[in-house]
Design a protein around this ligand. Structure first.
Ligand SMILES: O=C(O)CCC(=O)C(=O)O
Ligand SMILES: [Fe+2]
Length: 313
């Protein structure tokens, strides 16, 4: 996490803000005829026919937006569950942002877990069906060269992962859905999570550092909140980046859309001016022999160890 950025009250007018599907088409946007939109963060990448979309996403050159992965009722249920968790909590939210692990039984009921699971499965199915190069380039170990490690984003320590998943993953799993259902993913700390931003709330610029991020807004711009949105910066390959500028692109898709991007992309939850903004978010990579045990439970409650337990875990 790169701490950063004092946001000015006013968003720079050079920043492109896209809040409704097709309401603002310009060079950023390509309608892919696959029932999702592609936003290019690098112009050259859009024209590079040798590169798959999975590679472009992995390189931080493209962000994909899938519309309608969750219904209004579903996003309202999750948003309400987030608000309830905020109301039950004692401490005030730092930076106007609260963040709850979906797996936290004190924050959410099992209905919420099941709904998040179902929505994530829909997103993974869409990606498997329409952008199989995501699974092929970013998740599955290559059986010839050790390409997997090279394709991964730098981890939070700025290092390139070196230990790939075991080869048998390729025989066991054909898709993102398989990896998810077979428990072969590792997750960003505390994720999947639901973030709730109140007026003034934001999430400073950072990289997620895992192979893929799925970010599903649970509230809709203009009707539920003002300001906000997810900001993206170009040129994410620089590790030491501390963006002093406004984002190049701010996406504000309606509740129930899914934004998909890679772990090297510098992005932020932009400050909410009024109302509540909420997102369901998770970043994940294929599990490897060096994955931390506390990153593997996903939406399941982490194992609890009794205080009397004397052994090692
Ligand atoms: O709120 C957003 O749009 C960004 C959230 C985010 O980047 C995160 O939770 O890692
Ligand atoms: Fe993030």
């Amino acid at each position: 996490f790169l701490p950063l950025l004092q946001y000015p009250n006013r968003i720079s007018t050079t920043t492109t803000t896209i809040s409704r599907r097709f309401s603002f088409e310009d060079d950023w946007l390509e309608d892919d005829d696959e029932d999702h939109d592609i936003y290019w963060l690098e112009d050259f990448a859009a024209e590079n026919e040798d590169q798959s979309l999975g590679e472009a996403i992995g390189a931080g050159e493209a962000v994909v937006c899938i519309p309608d992965v969750a219904s209004r009722e579903e996003t309202l249920d999750l948003f309400q569950a987030g608000l309830n968790a905020v109301a039950r909590r004692d401490e005030p939210a730092a930076r106007g942002r609260s963040r709850f692990s979906v797996s936290d039984p004190e924050a959410f009921s099992s209905d919420v877990v099941l709904l998040c699971d179902e929505i994530l499965c829909r997103v993974l199915d869409h990606l498997d069906d329409t952008i199989p190069s995501i699974f092929e380039t970013l998740f599955v170990p290559d059986d010839i060269a050790n390409d997997w490690a090279d394709q991964q984003p730098l981890n939070a320590q700025g290092e390139q992962p070196t230990v790939p998943p075991p080869d048998h993953i390729r025989d066991m799993c054909d898709s993102l859905r398989d990896l998810y259902l077979m428990g072969e993913l590792e997750w960003s700390e505390g994720e999947p999570a639901i973030n709730v931003y109140e007026g003034g709330g934001y999430f400073g610029a950072h990289k997620d550092h895992l192979a893929l991020t799925v970010l599903i807004p649970l509230t809709t711009p203009d009707s539920d909140f003002e300001g906000g949105g997810t900001g993206f910066w170009k040129g994410n390959r620089e590790v030491d980046e501390n963006p002093a500028t406004q984002p190049d692109l701010i996406l504000k898709p309606p509740a129930g859309s899914a934004l998909i991007f890679g772990g090297d992309v510098t992005h932020a939850g932009m400050p909410v001016a009024a109302g509540y903004r909420s997102v369901f978010v998770c970043s994940f990579s294929t599990k490897t022999p060096v994955s931390q045990p506390d990153r593997l439970h996903g939406m399941q409650a982490p194992p609890k160890v009794s205080p009397n337990f004397k052994g090692t875990i």
